[in-house]
Ligand binder design. Structure first.
Ligand SMILES: Cc1ncc(C[n+]2csc(CCOP(=O)(O)OP(=O)(O)O)c2C)c(N)n1
Ligand SMILES: [Mg+2]
Length: 686
């Protein structure tokens, strides 16, 4: 393979450095320091180790590269540009500008070659662990020979900030436990963060920390090409442990006044310092964003080689297809993730009329989905026993739980341990790989620990599935620390997320079916711990009603005096309250709304059918803040929610205390309706 002379290598590295420096200068903001310090190890990694095809950024067999310190985005953009990805110099010149393909932090799905959106420190580290898990799962299932899938590596660069973030401790622990030998991180050990030297706030022994987590740890000088190369080779040879290569670098390398200081981290150098830095590294002052001809020529040659290597890999993959036709079919099926047309019926079969907790209905539906979708994988943070989400029967465990002699990655059931932050990020990482459909779960209250990764899934448009149970105060005696209050609203507030809070078995199964077919963003289930009654549906009910987000369970038609809209466990309550309201002379329509987001996406006529704009009062009922339902209640309506923390008590006592009994709800609605009547009569008299 081609390799640059020492002099050419330096020119390439300086090209990377000054593309970053100049782009930041033009933008007036950005982070030049890390790209300057990392140019050498990053170029060595990309040039001599990483397997990729710039013409096909989605090539399934490519090695993955994770830039966890996303602020160093210009390092990645420079490499993508030079290696011939679809990122022309004009885009580098528009770094950080509206609509450019070079946003401040790398965004997956926005810029070709960006494997994962990074910026919130620690997330890239943990997402990369998920990619490595997916790689090992693929190898165990499909990669019967080295020619097949799952034999690629996941490389990454992580910074001081990444390692300070707690999520890297969780993810590092699990990566070591699982023995992810296909994971190699370079740690940008520059001993600088924004506020100054790491000595102010970070003095743990990083190598020993990672050794204790069962990683293979090496330490190199970031300017010693041969040492970096040998370390990367040794990291690959160790197939049983993830690798951390502690790479000593200098932030802002080459800048006479900024190198080695926190000032190099996140501001432009300024015209004078740019000049001095270019002089110090022997770089021409003009033009800006300069790529010398011999540098361009080198990358043109490398692109040819990469194309040839891709062709060889394709030929080997064909050999594998011939040698392992069943594996090949299964792999293709997993990548395509085609679902049966009758999935809705399959998942919902027999659940009509069955009173049960929706977490248990969810486990049934999930198990049925797994039969149709063998590529479904996932697990929980030590709560599988609570069906949050349940283990897939007969599918085997991932990791040591697979048992002696078994391939630890042949199973589908992941055991995340009590590591919710990393669990959510790893789930996203599996989704990013593109071979499996991942889910994970815990109690809804601990969705707070998953939230940063849920947000990233939404931003990236990843099909991660989050199954949260124990979805209200009605989990009971565990008390306010375990009782979600604001969580439904908080999750619904994230763009591109679908939150499902189904009310019974049919809704739960149909929600799972919708989620299974939806692949452009994350979905969340909020499922009950307690048993819920089976709903009685009107004759015209069809599965599409759930897919439209809301539908009427009871409807007095023109006689309707009030609309009760409820979700999950409060739908049954609303039905019972409606019964009482009827007796009081207030016929009520009851709307079940399993998914607010789906309903909001419906055309206005359809929305008006449930919530007429003729002033009919609407009461929204949810055992939580309920604020996200306020948009349906209008000025004459009422949100019947909870605006304080919960309490530790048996369910029935909580229901009475918080007013969630049919009598209390009906009484409040009557009071409200009479109040409206009184006020309006008063206005009429005035
Ligand atoms: C979760 C999170 N917290 C804070 C920040 C803001 N931030 C960006 S970079 C950085 C620290 C920089 O230190 P390091 O990671 O060592 O990067 P370097 O300065 O060496 O490039 C911080 C606090 C962030 N991006 N993510
Ligand atoms: Mg640093």
């Amino acid at each position: 393979m081609t390799e640059p002379s020492a002099a050419l290598r330096e020119r390439i590295e300086n090209t990377v450095r000054f593309l970053a420096v100049d782009a930041v200068e033009r933008a007036g903001s950005g982070h030049p320091g890390a790209p300057m310090g990392l140019a050498r190890p990053a170029f060595e990694l990309w040039d001599q180790h990483l397997r990729f095809d710039p013409r096909d950024p989605a090539w399934p067999l490519r090695d993955r590269f994770v830039l966890s310190n996303g602020h160093a985005s210009m390092l990645l953009y420079s490499l993508l540009h030079l290696f011939g990805y679809d990122l022309p110099l004009e885009e580098i010149a528009r770094f950080r500008q509206l609509g450019s393909r070079t946003p401040g932090h790398p965004e997956h799905g926005h810029t070709a070659g960006v494997e994962v959106t990074t910026g919130p420190l620690g997330q890239g580290f943990a997402h990369g662990v998920g990619m490595a898990v997916a790689g090992r799962l693929a190898r165990a299932r499909f990669g019967s020979s080295g020619d097949g899938p799952g034999h690629h590596m996941v490389y990454g660069i992580v910074s001081d900030g990444d390692l300070m973030e707690g999520i890297s401790a969780e993810a590092g622990s699990l990566a070591g436990h699982l023995g992810l030998g296909n994971l190699v991180y370079l740690y940008d050990d520059n001993r600088i963060t924004i506020d100054g030297p790491t000595s102010m706030s970070f003095s743990e022994d990083v190598p020993r920390r990672f050794e204790a987590q069962r990683w293979h740890v090496q330490q190199v000088d970031g300017m010693d090409v041969l040492a970096i190369r040998r370390a990367l080779e040794a990291a690959r040879v160790d197939t049983e442990r993830p690798s951390l290569i502690v790479t000593r670098t200098t932030i802002g390398y080459g800048s006479p006044h900024r190198a080695g200081t926190s000032k190099a981290h996140g501001e432009k150098l300024g015209a004078e310092e740019v000049r001095l830095t270019k002089q110090a590294l022997g770089w021409p002052l003009e033009p800006e964003l300069f790529v010398p001809d011999d540098v361009r020529a080198y990358f043109a040659k490398r692109r040819e080689e990469l194309a040839a290597r891709r062709a060889e890999a394709d030929a080997r993959l064909e050999r594998w297809r011939t040698a392992a036709p069943e594996q090949a079919r299964a792999w293709d099926a997993a990548r395509a993730q085609v679902l049966p047309d009758d999935l809705e019926a399959r998942l919902a079969a027999g659940l009509e009329g069955k009173a049960e907790a929706t977490r248990k209905h969810g486990a049934v539906a999930q198990g049925r989905l797994a039969e149709a979708a063998p590529w479904l994988v996932g697990g929980s943070a030590d709560l599988a026993g609570s069906a949050a989400p349940a283990l897939l029967k007969g599918r085997g465990d991932v990791g040591p739980a697979a048992g002696a002699g078994a391939d630890p990655f042949a199973g589908s059931n992941l055991h995340f341990g009590i590591r919710e932050h990393a669990m959510a990020a790893i789930t996203n990482g599996i989704a990013l790989d593109g071979t499996f459909r991942p889910y994970c779960g815990t109690f809804l209250i601990f969705s707070d620990y998953c939230r940063p990764s849920i947000r990233l899934a939404a931003l990236m448009g990843l099909p991660s599935i989050f199954v949260f149970t124990h979805d209200s105060i009605f989990l009971g005696e565990d008390g306010p620390t375990h009782q979600p209050i604001e969580h439904l609203d908080a999750l619904r507030a994230i763009p591109n997320v679908h939150v499902f809070r189904p009310a019974d078995g049919v809704e739960t199964a149909l929600a799972w079916a919708w989620v299974a077919r939806h692949r452009t963003g994350p979905a969340i289930f909020a499922l009950s711990r307690q048993t819920l009654p089976a709903l009685e549906r009107r004759a015209g009910f069809e599965p599409a009603d759930v897919a439209r987000g809301a539908y009427a369970l009871r409807d007095p038609g023109a006689a309707t005096r009030v609309v009760l809209v409820a979700t999950g466990s409060e739908v049954g309550l609303a039905c019972d309250a409606a019964e009482k309201l009827h007796g009081e002379g207030f016929p009520a329509r009851v709307v079940s709304m399993p998914c607010v987001e789906l309903f909001l996406a419906q055309p206005p006529e359809l929305r008006r059918r449930l919530f007429p704009d003729d002033g009919t009062p609407v009461v929204a009922v949810e055992a939580g803040r309920g604020e996200s339902l306020r948009r349906f209640v209008g000025p004459r309506g009422l949100v019947y929610g909870i605006d304080r923390f919960g309490a530790s008590a048996p369910l029935a006592d909580l229901a009475r205390f918080f007013g969630f009994t049919p009598d209390q709800l009906a009484a409040r609605v009557v009071e409200h309706l009479r109040g409206l009547e009184g006020a309006e009569a008063g206005q009429g008299a005035a």
